[in-house]
Design a protein. Structure first.
Length: 418
């Protein structure tokens, strides 16, 4: 076993949450190591961003590069509820940002990882964490990992679990609870060419469409000539269909055939990749931190991706995690207070999105009912229902809690309203 020098923080996982946490800490002058199990670039799902990610991207100096590389996303177009007509909400209605991006995740994640490197993070790819190191009191003090046939151990003042749903660190240190009503499966493929939703800005929208056979479809214009089209449905329906002899491909095809809009987008297209599946099982950890460790991103909690909030939740958590860890590194006496504050605010973000998604998941309501519920959460002063809706699902409503996050603060985050 080879020894590696000590670090302030070791981050396990090089996805958006891990790379952002590491980069922001290194930007503050901290000595940070990041361990990523795979070699980037690597494929990943989750290509559509909401505008709530922009402050983190600004802090990393990436917004111009994202504009150059990726498709702009100006809003969301929905076929949902008892109303027969499709409806839309536009990001520019919030008065803050007019677009985010649809990204190729292999490129986006590599960009974030290389940005962390640029800030001075020591990145090790193809590094498989095999054990968590701790002292006699149970405080996490580092990790053991394998790379290139060699085993290493590295010590640090804090270990951050940003390993996604694998939860490489936190699964050993805390329990997880599953959102039983959101045990879903996603089935998807890519098509080219495709027909945009419309000319102009709306053509860059994400499509979210409920289907009569159960579940919903997404349509993401990842590039000018490639559409990501996916079907999300309850795991119980997938199991039932499997017992009847239906394949994942047949389930996917049935959903598209029963759609109103999605099928028109690929009427003249053909699949250009293999059919993929994943379990989108929403969960949340009992604890987001403990002595010597902290979880962020999907390692802390995952919510059904109905509104494309995954990267936003992960990078928002990273923003707060970096500030909390910086406070703890500056003054160890503030550690428990800072990490407790991190968990409190992070859970507010998680719970608010989870609550609205649960409400929205029932496709048998009138459009105004969904909008009114969002308006209640947002409390927008002019009472515009669509503004309330887009402010909530874009992550803009939560920005004061994130960008103004004070790890040593005392205010109640639920009282912050736009």
């Amino acid at each position: 076993m080879s020894d590696i020098r000590d670090y302030d923080v070791v981050v396990v996982g090089g996805g958006p949450a891990g790379s952002t946490t590491a980069a922001l800490l290194a930007k503050k002058g901290r000595n940070v190591m990041l361990l990523e199990r795979e070699r980037f670039p690597r494929y990943h799902i989750g290509e559509s961003m909401i505008t709530g990610v922009i402050p983190a991207m600004e802090a990393l100096g990436l917004t111009d590069e994202l504009d150059k590389r990726f498709q702009p996303k100006h809003g969301i177009s929905l076929v949902w509820g008892l109303d027969s007509e499709p409806w839309r909400a536009s990001f520019d209605q919030t008065g803050l940002y007019d677009h985010s991006w649809h990204v190729v995740r292999s490129e986006f994640d590599e960009l974030l990882l290389n940005t962390a490197r640029g800030f001075g993070v020591h990145v090790e790819e193809q590094a498989h964490v095999t054990a968590v190191l701790s002292d006699e009191n149970g405080t996490v003090t580092g990790v053991t990992y394998r790379r290139g046939g060699e085993t290493y151990h590295v010590t640090s003042r804090f270990v951050v679990d940003a390993s996604g749903q694998a939860r490489a660190i936190s699964r050993k240190l805390t329990e997880v609870s599953w959102q039983e009503d959101l045990r879903n499966v996603a089935i998807w493929n890519y098509f080219t060419p495709y027909e945009p939703l419309s000319e102009g800005r709306q053509g860059g929208d994400i499509l979210v469409e409920s289907v009569k056979t159960g579940g919903w479809l997404w349509g993401i214009p990842v590039t000018e000539d490639k559409l990501s089209l996916g079907h999300v449905l309850p795991a119980a329906l997938v199991a039932e269909a499997g017992a009847q002899g239906l394949s994942h491909q047949e389930l996917f095809d049935r959903a598209v055939e029963n759609s109103e809009v999605a099928k028109t987008m690929i009427a003249n297209g053909a699949p250009v990749d293999r059919l993929r599946t994943a379990r989108d099982w929403s969960h949340v950890c009992k604890s987001f931190h403990g002595p010597g460790w902290l979880s962020v991103g999907d390692a802390a909690g995952f919510i059904d991706p109905l509104f494309s909030q995954g990267v936003w939740l992960g990078t928002s958590g990273a923003w707060m995690a970096a500030r909390a860890l910086e406070a703890a590194l500056k003054n160890p006496a503030d550690t428990e207070r800072a990490l407790d504050r991190y968990e409190l605010v992070y859970r507010v973000l998680y719970d608010e999105f989870l609550s609205f998604i649960r409400f929205f998941y029932d496709p048998n309501k009138l459009r105004e009912i969904y909008l009114e519920r969002a308006q209640q959460d947002v409390w927008h002063p002019d009472g515009n229902l669509k503004i309330g809706f887009i402010t909530l699902i874009s992550g803009i409503k939560a920005l004061p809690n994130i960008t103004g996050f004070d790890p040593l603060g005392t205010d109640t985050p639920k009282t912050v309203r736009m």
